[in-house]
Design a protein around this ligand. Structure first.
Ligand SMILES: [Zn+2]
Length: 495
C-alpha cells in the first residue's frame, strides 16, 4: 500500500510538473514558418500586445523586410536602469529553428508569469536576419554572401541594418542564434558525432575586455547550460574543430566578423547559440529544435535580468576603458588557440552503440594567446582619395575628427614581402612589414579616425596591415597590400 501511495504521489507529482511545464511553454511549430506567415504573426502580436512595438530595420537584397520586435514595459530604450538586450536569429537561411525559437520566445514573453522580465530588460528580438536565404532554405543571402562572415566589411544590406540598429541603441547584451550540422562524413568515420541540442559560446577575441569574457565563461555559460539541462535539453559549450585525433577542438573563432564578436569587440556582453540542425536541414524534428532554441534564449534573459546591475556596470566600464585606459593597451592582431593543459570531456553520440557517450579529447585548445600585437595608436589617417576605405568607415558609422595639432607623430608601414599564416586552418596573408616614422607633407589629404570611439578596437584590428582579421585579408581590400610599397593608411601615435 505504501509503495502504491508513493508511486501515486510520484505520478501526481509528475503530472503537476508536466502540466506546469506545459503551462509555461508556448506550442512549438509543427512545420517551418514562411516569411509571409512570420510577417503576419509578428504584426498580429504587435497589434495585440502593449509590450511590443515592431520596427522594420532594413530590407534584404530581394526587398524583404527585416523586423525587430521591441519588447518593453515602458518606452523602449528610454530607461537607463533597464538592460538592453538584442537577440537575433537566422543569419543563415538554412538554420530554421532559430527563427522558430524566436517566435516561441515572443509568445512566451507575453505570458503573464514571464512579463516580469520586461521590468528589468528591454529586448529587441529579430527572428530572421536573412529572409531571402530562409525562403530558399540556403545559408547565404540574396547576393550569395555569408552574412556571418560579413560583420567587419559590412557590405550586405542585412548586416548593415543589424549594425545600424545596434548603433542606435548600444545594446549591452547580444545573442546571435544559429544551428550547427553534426552529420559530416569525417565525424562518421571517426565513429562519433556531436549531439548537443543547445551549444553556447562567449567571446574569445582578446580585444573583448577580460572581465566581460570571464563573466561570460565563469558565470553566464554555466548558469545557462544548467537552466537548459533542467528544461530537458542537452547543453554544452560550443566547441568547433575536430574530429578529435585529426584536428584540435577550440572554443569557436576569435574573428570579429561574426555576429557575436563584432558586438563583443564593442564591449558588449555577447553570445552565440548553436542549436542542432535536423538531418534534412529543414523541418526534421523542428518542434524540439525550436523549443531548445527558445529555452536557450530564455536562459540568457533570466541570467541578464538577475545580474542586470553587474552586467551594466561591467559593460559601461569596458566601454569607457576604450577612451580612458587605452594608452596601456596593446591590441592583439595575430592570435592562436592554445591548450591550458586540461583534457576536454566532450559529449558525443556514438555511431557504434547509437547512444550518447563522452570522449576525452587530448588536443583541446580553449584559450587564445597573442602572436603579434601592436601599441594602441591615437588613430589612423586614411587618404581622402581612398574612397574604398572611407566608405567602409562610413558603413560602420565611425567618426573622424580633426588631427591633434601637437603631441603626435606619424608612422607608416613598408611591405617587404607577403608571406602566409595559418588562421584556424585557413591560409591567409601575413605581410612582412617595417614600421618607420614619417612626416606629413599635407594633412588635408587625409581624414583622421581616432581610436577613442566605441569602435576603436575594431578600427585597429581592421586597419593594421599585419592583422589576421584585418581588411586586407578580404578579397575586396587585398589590393591595399603590395610588396615593396608603403601601406596607404598612416598610424598616429603619441609622441
Ligand atoms: Zn549559422
Amino acid at each position: 500500500m505504501k509503495s502504491f501511495c508513493l508511486s501515486l504521489l510520484t505520478l501526481l507529482g509528475l503530472l503537476v510538473l508536466s502540466m506546469n511545464a506545459l503551462a509555461q511553454q508556448p506550442s512549438p511549430p509543427l512545420t517551418v514558418t514562411t516569411y509571409d506567415s512570420l510577417t503576419a504573426i509578428v504584426n498580429r502580436l504587435d497589434q495585440q500586445s502593449e509590450y511590443i512595438t515592431n520596427e522594420v530595420i532594413g530590407q534584404s537584397v530581394n526587398g524583404r523586410n527585416i523586423v525587430a520586435m521591441k519588447f518593453s514595459a515602458g518606452n523602449f530604450g528610454m530607461d537607463n536602469n533597464k538592460l538592453k538586450v538584442l537577440i537575433f536569429a537566422q543569419q543563415h537561411g538554412n538554420e530554421q529553428s532559430g527563427k522558430e525559437g524566436a517566435l516561441m520566445l515572443a509568445h512566451w514573453l507575453l505570458m503573464k508569469e514571464n512579463t516580469w522580465l520586461l521590468n528589468h530588460l528591454d529586448l529587441a528580438l529579430i527572428p530572421q536576419v536573412n529572409p531571402d536565404g530562409a525562403e530558399a532554405n540556403k545559408r547565404r543571402n540574396g547576393n550569395n554572401m555569408d552574412l556571418n562572415r560579413n560583420h567587419l566589411i559590412l557590405t550586405e544590406p542585412e548586416t548593415q541594418a543589424l549594425h545600424h540598429f545596434f548603433d542606435q541603441h548600444l545594446f549591452e547584451v547580444t545573442l546571435d542564434v544559429h544551428e550547427y550540422a553534426p552529420y559530416g562524413d569525417d565525424w562518421k568515420q571517426f565513429g562519433y558525432r556531436k549531439n548537443t541540442e543547445v551549444a553556447l559560446g562567449g567571446c574569445t577575441n582578446l580585444g573583448v575586455d577580460k572581465q566581460l569574457r570571464s563573466l561570460a565563461n565563469q558565470e553566464a555559460l554555466p548558469f545557462m547550460m544548467d537552466y537548459i539541462r533542467r528544461a530537458g535539453f542537452s547543453s554544452f559549450v560550443y566547441c568547433p574543430g575536430g574530429p578529435p585525433e585529426i584536428d584540435y577542438i577550440r572554443h569557436s573563432t576569435f574573428d570579429i566578423n561574426d555576429g557575436r564578436q563584432s558586438f563583443g569587440i564593442q564591449q558588449t556582453f555577447s553570445f552565440i547559440q548553436e542549436g542542432m540542425n535536423g538531418e534534412d536541414l529543414f523541418a526534421d524534428n523542428i518542434s524540439r529544435r525550436a523549443a531548445g532554441q527558445m529555452t536557450g534564449m530564455t536562459a540568457l534573459l533570466q541570467f541578464a535580468a538577475e545580474n542586470r546591475s553587474l552586467i551594466k556596470q561591467q559593460v559601461n566600464d569596458s566601454r569607457r576603458a576604450i577612451y580612458v585606459d587605452s594608452l596601456q593597451t596593446r591590441v592583439s592582431i595575430q592570435s592562436i588557440h592554445l591548450s591550458d593543459g586540461s583534457i576536454l570531456e566532450l559529449p558525443l553520440w556514438s555511431y557504434f552503440t547509437g547512444k550518447d557517450t563522452v570522449v576525452r579529447v587530448q588536443d583541446y585548445r580553449p584559450t587564445v594567446g597573442t602572436l603579434t600585437d601592436v601599441e594602441w595608436p591615437e588613430g589612423y589617417l586614411i587618404p581622402l582619395q581612398n574612397t574604398d576605405l572611407l566608405a567602409w568607415t562610413a558603413r560602420h558609422g565611425m567618426k573622424s575628427v580633426s588631427l591633434p595639432e601637437n603631441g603626435v607623430k606619424f608612422e607608416r608601414y613598408f611591405i617587404h614581402a607577403i608571406d602566409s599564416i595559418d588562421f584556424e586552418r585557413d591560409i591567409i596573408v601575413d605581410p612582412v612589414t617595417e614600421k618607420s616614422e614619417t612626416s606629413l607633407a599635407d594633412d588635408t589629404e587625409y581624414l583622421f579616425f581616432p581610436t577613442a570611439q566605441l569602435k576603436g578596437r575594431l578600427l585597429v584590428i581592421a586597419m593594421e596591415p599585419k592583422s589576421m582579421l584585418g581588411l586586407v585579408t578580404y578579397d575586396r581590400y587585398k589590393n591595399h597590400l603590395k610588396e615593396k610599397t608603403y601601406f596607404p593608411v598612416i598610424r598616429v601615435v603619441k609622441k
